[in-house]
Structures are given as C-alpha cells and as structure tokens.
Design a binder for this molecule. Structure first.
Ligand SMILES: NC(=O)c1ccc[n+]([C@@H]2O[C@H](COP(=O)([O-])OP(=O)(O)OC[C@H]3O[C@@H](n4cnc5c(N)ncnc54)[C@H](OP(=O)(O)O)[C@@H]3O)[C@@H](O)[C@H]2O)c1
Length: 175
C-alpha cells in the first residue's frame, strides 16, 4: 500500500501563514484545483482533528475521511458510516487496518502534527508538495520540532503558473 502525504508550502517551508489556519487565503488557484482533484480521486483520506476543524470536507460515498483524535466520542454526532470516521488509533494501527482491508492508497492531508507522527514511524511513501513562491517568516512547518532524517527522491516537478508555483512529488528513500 502507498501512503502519500500532501501539503502546500511556501519557499521558507511554511504551511500556515503566520499561524492562521486558512490555507486557501494564500495558496494559488492552480494548487487549490490540483488539491481538489487529488481529494476527488482518493478513496481514503486521513487528517488530524485540527485540519478537519479548519476546513470543510464534503462527505461522499466515494471517499472515507478518517479523522485522528484522542477524543472520538466528542465527534460522534458528525460520524457517517463509511464516509466520516473519528479514531484514536495510532498511525501504525491505522495503516495496518487498511492494509488488511486490501486498500492500495492512503492520502494523508495533514496537518503538521499528524504528518510528523506518520513520518516518525516511517509510514510515508511519497510526499506531494506544492511550493508557492512566497516567504512568510512565521507559521507552521509540515514537520514539527523533532529530529528526523528522511531522504527523498524527486519523481515529478511541474511549473503550473506564471509566478512559478511548483507541483512536486518525492518518493521517500526507505532505509
Ligand atoms: N498548507 C497545507 O497544506 C496544510 C495542510 C493541512 C493542514 N494545514 C494547517 O495546519 C493546521 C492544523 O495542523 P495541526 O498540526 O495543528 O493539527 P493536525 O495535525 O491537523 O491535528 C492534530 C490533532 O490531531 C489529534 N491527534 C490524534 N492522534 C494524533 C497523533 N497520533 N499525533 C498527533 N495528533 C493526533 C490531536 O487532537 P485531539 O485533541 O483531537 O486528540 C492533535 O491536536 C491548520 O491551521 C491547517 O490549516 C495546512
């Protein structure tokens, strides 16, 4: 099974502008269209509770949204069987569950805490990163403050607008 981590970032590695949660206020239209397309094509979409609360995810029979939280009971009323699920499983347990069900792909859409917990356990196979030609100085990075040592290999790079937004894909080199 392939686990893909997707983010949009600035040149200085920020995935939030000065810490504010609305990414669509600064990401390019090209990235927003691309992200929408990737979400539409993905069956299994994993995120943390903060990312779920910061955006709007439309439930659909075509996707299963899995929201990671220590308090799944808090979200009981939002659950839709087969479409929106809240879980306190660890990243390792989640991946094992979906491997055993025969899934081929999982898309991890963030945020930084969830991304880091998957990266730490070496569960990410590819990083799909849109790089916006912007510098914010402050804001969150997609990997939070722990020591990681992950090497990747560029497998795709496309300039998608005049300003130079780059859509990139990297494969994680497994040790
Ligand atoms: N630029 C981008 O591409 C992009 C993408 C996604 C998100 N974002 C931004 O990132 C921000 C949210 O990121 P975030 O890092 O604060 O939150 P997050 O990763 O979305 O969610 C973290 C929360 O998930 C829960 N959780 C459950 N299991 C966990 C585990 N194993 N490890 C860590 N957390 C776990 C915890 O909340 P409970 O109290 O519920 O347990 C934790 O506070 C938002 O501002 C969003 O807009 C940007």
């Amino acid at each position: 099974m392939k686990t893909i981590l997707i983010f949009v970032s600035t040149l200085d590695g920020k995935v939030t502008k000065w810490g504010a949660s609305n990414v669509k206020l600064w990401s390019s239209h090209q990235d927003q269209d691309y992200y929408k397309k990737i979400l539409n094509e993905s069956q299994l979409i994993v995120m943390g509770s903060n990312t779920f609360n910061a955006d709007t995810f439309k439930p659909s029979a075509d996707h299963q949204f899995i929201i990671m939280t220590v308090h799944p009971d808090k979200y009981k009323s939002l659950e839709i069987t087969g479409q929106i699920e809240f879980t306190n499983e660890s990243p390792v347990e989640l991946i094992a569950r979906f491997i055993s069900k025969g899934h081929k792909h999982i898309l991890v859409v963030g945020g930084p805490h969830i991304a880091t917990s998957f990266l730490k356990e070496q569960l990410i196979d590819e990083v799909w990163l849109t790089i916006e030609p912007k510098i914010f100085g402050t804001g969150g990075n997609f990997a939070t403050e722990i020591n990681l040592d992950i090497n990747l290999h560029l497998i795709h790079c496309e300039k998608v607008n005049e300003q130079g937004t780059l859509i990139t894909k990297y494969a994680v080199l497994k040790k």
